[in-house]
Design a binder for this molecule. Structure first.
Ligand code: TXA
Ligand code: MG
Length: 343
């Protein structure tokens, strides 16, 4: 089967051999097929506006277990459950007025809201916590898929644990090959960085556990309440949000960050700038995330360029980091680069 063909409705459509033949276009028939596969406990890699996710039906313990196994993810790191809207969310978690207010402002979109979970969410999804992170992704094909499955999809980013997140369907195939035989091609991710994770489970403090495209300030404006931003840099598990582990999103090639004056690189080293540089130093090969230096463009290309350079055989990658204090999406970019460079 080649991309462009539909799978047809069959329980055992095997992936064809050959490069990327397991990346399927989001035709109506394919989505129906993948919905049935998910309902039966299968796994499908799904596009979202942030990054690609590796999805399983959230109420299926065995399927969620397989997600952890394929990713090599520790069982103490909980998954985000993806829904098609507040109504589905309210079946899975203790929905409240604040969540409703935020959903009206930001869903579908890159905001994961942590709430008290309902009993139908198995412990494996939440790593035994009594809270669950829920979000409604802004990708039409994935929204249709969730509606067709009829319940939430637990989906971490579709990368091996600790490696750079996937912002293209091809990234998922590159990392997992035949271990993830079904990938829905939803194009390049609109945002390119993972969602903001917001803890709403505690009545007294509201805090951002992971910065993303929706800033603590924007959330605070909607709720008209203070919102803490806790970009912790903690080195060891267990954590309240293990994705806040310092080392994460890391390429295999040694990565060093700089701000201001660029390093003098050798011929085997790469230098990445946030925006197209005026001039370069040394013999290293020069790259940039964005022509303009706009945060949106940097976010969209960040994981793709890091992945490309990680495969290109450089002995070291130097990467420019936004200056502190960063806000909004620049804060998320700073956060991901800091983690990617952490040992
Ligand atoms: O944009 C995204 O959020 C992507 C796409 C696929 O939706 N997903 C994603 O999932 O980034 P993952 O598993 O790579 O990151 C989920 C983060 C982790 O930091 C995890 O610890 C945190 O959310 N998390 C999930 N449930 C939690 C909970 N109940 N309490 C605290 N943190 C939680
Ligand atoms: Mg992840």
């Amino acid at each position: 089967m080649v991309a462009g063909h539909t799978l047809g409705f069959s329980k055992k459509a095997p992936p064809d051999t050959g490069a990327f033949s397991f990346i399927y276009p989001p035709t109506k028939d394919n989505l129906t097929y993948f919905a049935s596969l998910l309902k039966e406990g299968g796994l499908v890699a799904i596009p979202t506006e942030t990054v690609y996710g590796l999805a399983a039906k959230a109420t299926d313990i065995a399927a969620c277990q397989t997600v952890f196994t394929i990713k090599g993810r520790p069982l103490i790191d909980p998954l985000i459950v993806h829904v098609d809207g507040p109504e589905m969310a309210a079946k899975l978690a203790e929905w409240n007025d604040r969540a409703d207010c935020l959903a009206k402002a930001f869903w579908p979109g890159p905001l994961s809201i942590i709430l008290r979970k309902k009993p139908c969410i198995p412990d494996i999804v939440t790593a035994g916590l009594d809270t669950v992170a829920i979000r409604c992704p802004r990708h039409p094909d994935t929204l249709s898929l969730i509606t067709e499955v009829g319940t939430g999809l637990a989906a971490p980013s579709a990368n091996p644990f600790g490696y750079i997140s996937p912002s293209r369907a091809k990234h998922v195939a590159d990392s997992f090959g035949e271990r993830v035989p079904y990938i829905i091609d939803g194009g390049s991710c609109e945002i390119g960085l993972e969602s903001t994770v917001l803890d709403l489970s505690d009545n007294t403090t509201i805090s951002v556990l992971r910065p993303g495209a929706i800033s603590a300030e924007a959330i605070s404006d909607v709720l008209k309440e203070p919102v803490l931003s806790t970009t912790k840099q903690i080195k060891d598990l267990p954590l309240s949000s293990p994705g806040t582990l310092l080392s994460h999103y890391s390429p295999t090639t040694p990565l060093e960050l700089f701000s201001g004056i660029p390093p003098t690189a050798s011929a085997t080293e790469a230098v990445i700038f946030l925006k197209a540089p005026q001039n370069r130093l040394g013999n290293g090969q020069t790259f940039w995330f964005s022509e303009s230096g706009e945060a949106e463009e940097i976010a969209r290309t960040l994981f793709d360029l890091l992945r490309k350079l990680d495969r290109a055989g450089f002995t070291r990658i130097y990467c420019e980091i936004p200056a502190a204090p960063a806000v909004g999406l620049m804060l998320a970019i700073r956060d991901r680069l800091t983690r990617a460079a952490a040992k």
